[in-house]
Design a protein around this ligand. Structure first.
Ligand code: SAH
Ligand code: TMP
Length: 398
């Protein structure tokens, strides 16, 4: 049974950035009620009103993994580890986006799955075998017909975007070799709760995974987690290393026990934990609204840094619009010159001169705080202030 515990109000589709023409034409945006629930039987946490994948991941999907150095470095490091440890003859990536991960592998030994046509072009152009389609059994069959067995399936920040997890794991089991390994990486539910980062929830993030949820779910498909890595990426992620239960050659690493213990100690398996979380989220909303009000009352301008999908959840939930934040800055070509969905805040291309002109900056991309703080050390040195809601609303003291 799914028990709802959080209501983040009416929300637009997070990556549906609006053009000037959309505003002129008063284009009707799709809004949905963003509610989050806990499945008391399998312990998975998910949003309860979902939007079809075809609507979310179409040709104009703007997100590009390569916009962050942190991501590029992390992918490179993992790729090296995979090659050294597993020597795969064939690796398949689900949700390959602009190829930031797969670029680290030999073209002849890699397969990309990326449904957004415009993004998929990037890896196609580079010469990678790319399937511009959604991951499912039909596609797995098509790929298997043309290729040898897949030794590694890798998927970052994608499986949590797919409603039908049964189909996901069934298709992975179909394509993976007998001793093959599945590596998945997604934001961690434990970190999301600890950091009150409720903005991990939006239409694309259907699930926020925990070990205690995933482990139950994959058992039905003959899989088990044998190693867990905790990462700082995206505000705290989990990297699950998964094998077939039948494969006894690989031993279960102690990291699995450690993570499970942490999750159970925090209470991720109990509904009461989520009720406590809901209260923290409501408090966070009030705190952030107070900070914005105070800064505006002092006649100061506020800009946004990183027009993330996550900040769409925050701004719409807290009712912060273009009369509070003047504009956002972002490096993503597909977002520049557009407006934030629901709040109509304009997005300018990133320029160092722009940030220099301002004192207050809302950190939309709080998950890249270290990278951004390094880049903006002069802004901070000169008295510039970042505002964040993670782990609690505050003006960051430098
Ligand atoms: N793996 C990259 C991109 C994550 S964004 C990274 O970690 O940075 C999620 C990506 O998954 C998008 O490029 C999206 O188009 C793709 N995607 C969404 N649903 C999918 C599905 N059902 N099958 C395969 N890919 C999907
Ligand atoms: P994400 O949190 O969904 O990965 O999105 C990060 C967004 O932040 C993306 O639109 C790119 C943007 N960004 C910048 O504009 N400047 C930066 O320095 C970094 C790291 C990200």
């Amino acid at each position: 049974m799914i028990k709802k515990f959080l209501n983040l109000g009416k929300q637009p589709l997070a990556n549906n950035y609006l053009t000037k023409n959309d505003l002129k034409r008063k284009k009707k945006q799709i809004f949905y009620t963003l509610e989050v629930g806990f499945n008391t039987s399998n312990k998975l946490v998910s949003i309860t009103n979902t939007v079809s994948s075809k609507k979310m991941f179409a040709n104009d999907y703007p997100y590009r993994s390569s916009m962050s150095k942190t991501i590029i470095t992390s992918f490179k490091k993992l790729a090296k580890k995979i090659v050294n440890q597993y020597h795969p003859n064939l690796i398949l990536e689900i949700g390959s986006n602009d190829g930031s991960f797969i670029k680290n592998f030999n073209k002849k030994k890699s397969i990309c799955v990326e449904p957004c046509g415009d993004v998929a072009k990037t890896t196609k152009k580079l010469g990678y075998q790319t399937y511009s389609d959604f991951w499912n059994l039909k596609l797995a069959r098509k790929i298997k017909k043309k290729n040898k067995n897949v030794d590694i399936v890798y998927s970052a920040n994608t499986l949590s975007h797919i409603l039908d997890l049964k189909s996901v794991f069934k298709s992975i089991s179909y394509i993976l070799s007998k001793n093959g390994i599945l590596i998945i990486e997604d934001p961690s539910l434990l970190e999301c709760l600890k950091k009150t980062s409720y903005d991990q929830f939006y239409n694309e993030h259907i699930y926020v995974f925990s070990l205690c949820g995933i482990k139950n779910f994959i058992k039905k498909f003959g899989f088990e987690v044998f190693k867990i890595e905790t990462l700082n990426i995206h505000g705290g992620s989990l990297r699950f290393y998964i094998k077939r239960i039948k494969n006894k050659e690989i031993k279960i690493n102690n990291s699995v026990k450690i993570q499970l213990k942490k999750e159970l100690k925090f209470g991720l398996h109990k509904f009461s934990t989520y009720i406590k979380y809901k209260k923290k989220v409501e408090k966070s909303k009030k705190g952030l609204q107070r900070i914005f009000k105070m800064i505006k009352n002092q006649n100061n301008k506020i800009i946004g840094y990183g027009a993330t999908a996550k900040s769409v959840t925050v701004l719409n939930y807290c009712g912060i619009k273009n009369d509070t934040i003047d504009y956002f800055m972002d490096t993503t070509p597909g977002k520049i010159g557009k407006y934030m969905p629901g709040t109509y805040i304009y997005i300018k291309g990133y320029k160092k001169t722009l940030i220099k002109k301002n004192k207050y900056c809302y950190l939309g991309a709080w998950n890249f705080k270290n990278e951004i703080f390094k880049k903006e050390k002069n802004f901070i040195k000169n008295g510039g202030k970042f505002i964040t809601h993670v782990p609690f609303p505050r003006i960051i003291k430098n």
